[in-house]
Design a protein around this ligand. Structure first.
Ligand code: NAP
Length: 457
């Protein structure tokens, strides 16, 4: 994919960029390695002060950054502003809590013949972050904030369709006072990732993106014995049981599906509804999906903007067409609106069977799959049927059912009577083919640390 800003609302190419050549990549890796040697020893309080300055800068530039993201990948301006605010919060969270998360962890010294024993969290070195376009700021910040606070340095390979956001991020930390080389953007294509990953000075990698990209990065890193964290796709179930507050379940279902124009890894994608409330849920859900305002994401009143890329829109169209061709029914939407840009009408589709691609694949756009089930066992079996295991939602006020969902949903997160979201305070990550490792919270900052055992006799 060319490195370029192409406005998905119009299809117009606004700016193109040359990828860095081998020599330029080498310079940046060398700078990262040199900087790490001193940065690793900086006081955590100093890092926190720089992180707070970066958060303040970002906050003061909220409108400009939000408009940039909307232009590059089509998210609504309203949601882009919230994304900036979330990043500010995440940066402040790690500025405030890193010292506590990285404090020496005492162990039982006498039990192992020591006067004193403990675990110390130490940084690893330059970490490569391969990031997706869907939350262009938040995905990168949720790597950068804990990594920098832990004393690591970062090299960001962002998605090729958000180069200006990537460059902004590369400058933000330096402008806030972090020493040169602590966080650098590498404008490179995916074909250049392998060489960076194999460089002996790059010690680990994190990738957020699709399963094929994750497999590739993990296998290269594996052959070099380098740690990876993978945050991959999801096909989150959204189960509605008879005791649920249906008004809340329906309203949240719409938001959970169409957030970020339907392009979120933790968007609810499969709506699994108990037969007792299926008809009522369906009528209300379809009415709300039909009422969504599709349009220019820069307009405050728009609910759903375009998909980020033409390819993404075409993939979605093909998934729906495949299902319809095999007998599925479209209850609303199911077409490309007649306008420029890469829009797709919010869609609800039902009568889905296992031979349809949509049954197992991730739907990355505003199309909801709807299923009717007879009981909780059928709901759980269907919820767990895919190879993904990222988030999961269940709506029930019955405490026994709640416990059953908590115990048996195969996912990195379960949200009962609410929508799966990420927050700095909670660990985030998946099981099965949704990846491994955790971001955010204390777990996230420790992923790229050497947990050094210390034994003092
Ligand atoms: P993608 O095509 O995998 O791209 C993600 C990043 O990986 C981009 O920087 C891309 O670079 C790079 N890349 C692609 N193929 C690569 C390869 N073979 N080797 C190294 N790097 C490679 O994914 P996407 O379409 O942008 O994003 C959508 C996917 O991300 C969805 O599956 C979504 O569920 C997932 N996602 C997961 C999470 C999570 O936290 N679990 C969060 C957000 C999104 P180029 O742009 O240059 O190709």
């Amino acid at each position: 994919m060319a490195i370029a800003t192409v406005n998905p609302t119009t299809g117009e190419t606004l700016k193109t960029f040359e990828p860095l050549d081998e020599h330029e990549v080498e310079e940046r890796i060398a700078l990262a390695a040199t900087e790490f040697a001193t940065y690793r020893a900086t006081d955590v309080k100093q890092r926190a002060a720089w992180m707070q300055s970066a958060a303040s800068l970002l906050e003061s530039e909220q409108e400009q950054v939000a408009r940039l993201m909307t232009t590059e990948m089509g998210k609504t301006l309203v949601s882009a502003r919230s994304e900036v605010a979330k990043c500010v919060k995440g940066m402040m969270y790690y500025a405030e809590h890193a010292e506590e998360f990285l404090a020496d962890e005492p162990a039982d010294g006498p039990a192992v013949g020591a006067r004193r024993a403990y675990a110390r969290y130490q940084p690893l070195g330059p970490v490569l972050a391969v990031m997706p376009w869907n939350f262009p700021l938040w995905q990168a910040i949720r790597f950068a904030a804990p990594a920098l606070m832990a004393g690591n340095v970062g090299l960001l390979k962002h998605a090729s369709n958000v180069p200006q956001t990537a460059l902004y991020l590369g400058e933000l930390f330096a402008r806030a006072g972090f020493p040169d080389g602590c966080f650098q953007t590498l404008l490179i294509g995916s074909g250049q990732v392998e060489a960076v990953l194999r460089d002996h000075r790059v010690v680990a990698a994190t990738l957020t993106g699709s399963e094929p990209a994750g497999r590739s990065v993990a296998s290269i890193a594996g052959s070099e014995v380098k740690k990876t964290v993978l945050e991959l796709g999801g096909s989150d179930p959204y189960v509605v049981m008879p005791s649920a507050d249906l008004d809340a379940a329906v309203a949240t279902a719409v938001t959970a599906r169409v957030q970020n124009n339907g392009q979120s890894c933790i968007a609810a994608k499969r709506f699994i509804v108990h037969t007792d409330v299926y008809d009522d849920f369906t009528a209300r859900f379809v009415a709300r999906m039909e009422a969504l305002r599709v349009g220019d994401p820069q307009e405050e009143s728009t609910d759903v903007g375009p998909l980020a890329t033409e390819q993404g829109r075409d993939d979605l169209e093909m998934l729906v067409a495949d299902a319809v061709g095999r007998g599925a029914h479209v209850l609303c939407g199911g077409f490309i609106p007649d306008r420029p840009g890469w829009f797709y009408q919010p869609t609800v589709i039902t009568d889905i069977t296992p031979e349809m691609r949509i049954f197992m694949e991730e739907v990355f756009g505003p199309a909801a799959s709807l299923y009717r089930v007879a009981d909780i066992d059928e709901a759980l079996a269907l919820a767990n049927v895919t190879d993904f295991g990222l988030g999961s939602n269940a709506w029930t006020t019955d405490e026994i059912e709640q416990e059953r969902f908590v115990a048996d949903l195969e996912a990195g997160a379960v949200f009962i009577n609410g929508m799966v979201t990420s927050s700095p305070e909670l660990p985030f990550g998946g099981v099965k083919n949704s990846g491994y490792g955790r971001e955010l919270s204390a777990h996230g900052i420790r992923e790229f640390c050497n947990i050094k055992t210390v034994w003092i006799g």
